[in-house]
Design a protein around this ligand. Sequence first.
Ligand code: G6P
Length: 368
Amino acid sequence: YVVDKGNHRHFMEKEIYEQPEVVSHTLSHYIDFAEGRVKLDSSQIDFANLDRLAMSACGTAYYAGLIGKYWFERFARLPVEIDVASEFRYREIPLSGKMAALFISQSGETADTLASLRYCRDNGLTIGAVVNVRESTIARESNAVFPTLAGPEIGVASTKAFTCQLSVLAALAMIAGRARGTLSSEDEAAMVQALVELPRLSNEVFHAVQPQIEMLSRELSRFKDVLYLGRGTSFPLALEGALKLKEISYIHAEGYAAGELKHGPIALIDENMPVIVIAPHDRHFEKTVSNMQEVAARGGQIILITDEKGAAATTLETMATIVLPVVDEIVAPILYALPVQLIAYHTAVFMGTDVDQPRNLAKSVTVE
Ligand code: G6P
C-alpha cells in the first residue's frame, strides 16, 4: 500500500481534501442510508442499561470526544465523564458496573489512552474503542471496536481522522438515543438525511471558501496570537482550531468557550489579536453575537465562521466572514472543521513551516 501526496503539496492538504470520501465511507459503516436509520447492530455496547459513559483520549481525539459528549447527553440523555487521558488515568474516578468506557485514538497506541483503558478494564467496565488502526493495541484490548475508515493519516496534525471520529461518535450517540428511547424516529431520519448530504456539502464548502481562506491566511500569518471562540459543540471545535493553528504555524492560539470571554481573555483583546468566532445560526447564535460585540467594542478584529442565516443576521464589521450552508446541528462540527483546518494549513504554508512534520511533535505518542 503506497501512500503518496498525489497532486497536493503536503499530506495534510491531501488528507483535508479526502474528507468527503472517507467521512462518507465511515458513516456508511454505521448508518443504513436506504432505510434512513442507524445500524443498531454496529454497536456491541448495551447503551440502554448504562447510567454513565466514561470517555478519554489525547489531543485532537480528545476534542472529538468532547463534541461526542454533547451529543450523547443531548440525544441519548446519557451522562458522559470525559477527560484527557493523562489526567483520567490518575484521577481514581469511581467507576460502577452501570458504566461503559469509550476511548478514541487515531493510532490506537497512545500511552496515556491505553493506560486509561486498562484502568477501566481492571474495574470491570465494557470497553469500546474508536480507532483508525484496526490492528492497534487499543483495538486489541477493547471489547468493541468502532473503526474510523479514514485510511492512513500521515500528517502529524490530525484532520481526516478527526472528522471520521466525529462521524462515528455522531452515529453512536444516535444508536444510544434509539436504544434508550430518547431519540424519535423522525429526529433520527432527519439527522441521517443531514449526514447523507454532508460529503456533497463538504465539497461545495471547499470550492466556496478555499480562495478566501488563502487570502485571509496571508493576513493571519502576520499575527502572534489568535483567539478562537465558540459555544455548544463549537466550543470544542474552537479548542481544536487553536490546537491546529499552534501546532503547525507556531502562532500562539487559544480556544475559549465564548461565554468565558468576560472571565479573562477579554483583557487581551486589541487590534493585534484576531478572534475567530465559530457560530452557526443555532440556538447559541444570539449569545455568541453579543460576545462578538464585546470583542468589536474593544477594537478586536473578528473572523466569523457562520452560515447563510448567521451572515444575514449580523451587521458587525469583520476582517472576514466565512459563510457555510445551513446544516443540522449534528453535522455542523464536521462541516465547520473544514474551514478551521484550512485556516491552519494555509497560515502555516505562508509561514513556511514544516506542515507535515512540525517541530517537537510526534504522530503517535507511545511513551508517557
Ligand atoms: C499526537 C498527535 C495528534 C493526536 C494525538 C492523539 O499528539 O500529534 O494529532 O491527536 O497524538 O493521538 P491518537 O493516535 O491517540 O489519536
